[in-house]
Design a protein around this ligand. Structure first.
Ligand code: GRG
Length: 294
């Protein structure tokens, strides 16, 4: 029996949301910290990373629930990155997903600590999971630290901040996005593959797939930013800082960015064909990244 993409995503989003809330409510920690963590976890994220993780396990015809702890951890770490990204010392944003950002509601100190809590607890959840072998847990924890830490997302964030108001070429921009957005998206796919027992050849192909998907995701984000705000030069940083960031449309034009997006979507789908597993849900997710409107 095949399951539709909609059914799949509803089923696993519900499971994930329940598990996220239960993980936080079990913590022995001050109420305000738990409230701040829950506020951003419940603020309406698309859950694309956990869904990629679950879909990759499905490609091996294994039970996606084996990846639940890793998926919860991943969403916590993604959420921490957004809470910190919005801080006055970073992008200084008042709103995210149409709601006041964490520091606007709880103040800067609590927002920093809520982010720290989400990051740290994310790792503990995988370590404490008793559905996975110790060997797999160590592999995933190490990969997650590499993808989220100084060799991954943190590097991308630093270069992104240093690049504000500077003219960049496509190579520099791509390097930033391969790290800032791409590494955690790659982790989503690779963690699913590792949990499902992928061999080295399959892992290499899933990595290639995820890299194309990550760039496609970022390009579509840049295109949506322009279509939503009519601004064409770069991406404005913060509510009223006067700073801008380089974007794909700013460097390639909107038409060039769309072509670049289609190229990465095609390459991602060709790689899925090469993987030759049950990848229909991953294929649909790839198509959704090209056509998404939020
Ligand atoms: C603070 C170390 C540190 C890193 C922050 C990912 C990131 C790094 C900042 C986010 C900046 C941003 C808006 C990037 C564009 C693409 C992107 C990652 C968007 C947010 O991810 P979605 O669309 O978010 O999956 P939702 O809201 O659906 O959870």
């Amino acid at each position: 029996m095949t399951i539709s993409m909609e059914e799949f995503s509803n089923r696993y989003k519900t499971l994930l949301d329940r598990s996220l809330l239960s993980a936080i409510s079990k913590l022995e920690a001050p109420d305000v910290l738990k409230e701040a963590m829950i506020y951003s976890l419940k603020a309406g994220g698309k859950r694309i990373r956990p869904l990629l993780l679950f879909s990759t396990i499905t490609a091996f015809e294994k039970d996606p629930e084996r990846g639940l702890a890793a998926a919860v951890s991943l969403e916590m770490i993604h959420t921490y990155s957004l809470v910190h990204d919005d801080l006055p010392s970073m992008d200084d944003d008042d709103l995210r997903r149409g709601k006041p950002t964490n520091h606007m509601v709880f103040g800067e100190a609590i927002a920093i600590l809520a982010g720290d809590g989400l990051l740290t607890h994310g790792f503990q959840l995988i370590a404490d999971d008793n559905h996975l072998s110790d060997q797999i847990k160590v592999k995933i924890i190490s990969l997650l630290a590499k993808c989220a830490g100084p060799e991954g997302m943190v590097s991308g964030q630093i270069l992104d901040i240093q690049g504000e108001n500077k003219k960049m070429d496509i190579v520099e921009l791509e390097y930033i996005h391969r790290h800032k957005t791409g590494k955690l998206l790659s982790f989503s796919v690779l963690a699913g593959a590792i949990i499902a027992g992928a061999n080295d050849k399959q892992l290499a192909l899933f990595e290639k797939f995820s890299q194309h998907l990550g760039l496609a995701f970022q390009i579509s984000d840049d295109i949506l930013d322009i279509e939503g705000s009519e601004q064409v030069i770069g991406k404005p940083v913060g509510s009223d800082t006067g700073k801008t960031k380089s974007t794909y449309p700013a460097i390639l034009t909107i038409q060039g960015a769309r072509e670049h997006l289609s190229y990465h979507i095609e390459e991602a789908k060709n790689t899925l064909k090469e993987i030759d597993l049950h990848t229909s849900i991953l294929e649909k997710m790839t198509d959704l990244i090209e056509t998404r409107d939020h």
